[in-house]
Design a protein around this ligand. Sequence first.
Ligand code: FES
Length: 407
Amino acid sequence: MAKYNYDKKSLKGLGVGAFLGEVKTRNAHIEAAEATIPTSVFNANRLAKALHPSVQFARVSRVIDHGGAKSFVLVPDTDKGTQAMAYFRAGQYVSLALNMDGVTACRPYSIRSNPVDALGEENTSYTLTVKHSQSGQASEYILNNWAEGTEVILSGPLGNFYYQSLRDAGHVVALAGGSGITPFCSMACAIADGIEDFDLTILYGSRTHDDILLRDELDAVAERSNGRVKVVYVLSDEKADGYEHGFLTAELIKKYAGDGDYSIYACGPKAMYAFLEGEVTELNLPRRRVRFELSGEYGDPARDSAYPTDAAGKTYRVTVMVRGEERVIFCRADQTLLRAMEEAGISVPSDCRSGQCGWCHSRLISGEVFVPESVDGRREADKKFGWIHPCCTYPISDVALEVRTLY
Ligand code: FES
């Protein structure tokens, strides 16, 4: 084995006798060492794996019916190798691998439980709350199929929709709609238990009183938060004492934001985002103070003014290279390439389904595609060298692409 060499002249006069002795000792250790790579795992690597597992195996241990929604408590499936659910920051989501009609597809869901529930190595859990949705194929699948004992495969915690003191103000005004209350429910619990250190005012928009999700949990956590969490219920289709009436307007936000500095966090359906963009612009907040959680799939691309209208109504041929094999499928112009592949039985990795995480990253070999600018999360180099995110990419000609598969 080669010895450590050094120029003794460069050390002259530095009083490095002890150091010179170290060199001798080190060389002796090198000579005595095995000529194999150590197999031990550094604690830092062990911790990184525990905090950021690529996959987690869980079981549904409890189902809570809320009427128009259900909550599912997930615990680790130790038989499958998951000993504890990975710790998460309040506001993060997990991507569930769902086998629907024989095809495995991934869907993101925010963790709505207290991060404390996932702390430590025993009795850890996540709670997900899933609401009925006429357009939500995955949500309906979960609501109709998950029961106590159901085995679930999910990602580690994902996303950056969580409080960051360097960027955010000490007061966050949360704008929630429908099941978009779930990440704020987690944040509220974390504040009440001292895990997060900021004040949270939640403006929760619902159509009617009966549509409010997790009302009891929200009121209970506000009660025990020492005034740090406030929840204001805003009903659009009903007037009632103790509730605000209307929408989440700039005026309403100002009323509850107070005079100090504040950040805006928003989570809800796309229609709410479209409305909020105008309202939030009126507040003239610095850009870093405004956070919109991922909005999910973009939907019909024709609503984007840059969309080439002559593509509307057409169906294109898509040649998919999967592990060196070629598959030919078809994709409607208003359908993402990801959706078309899933419908054809090709299980492509995806997490956010919003163009931001890059997990579905695939190579466009040929053809023309349309990517709405507002969801184009690619790096400039990806655009230049023909990489796409199929979750937000629509064909506007026959195309060929190369993908990796989930399993
Ligand atoms: S799934 Fe996140 S970018 Fe496509």
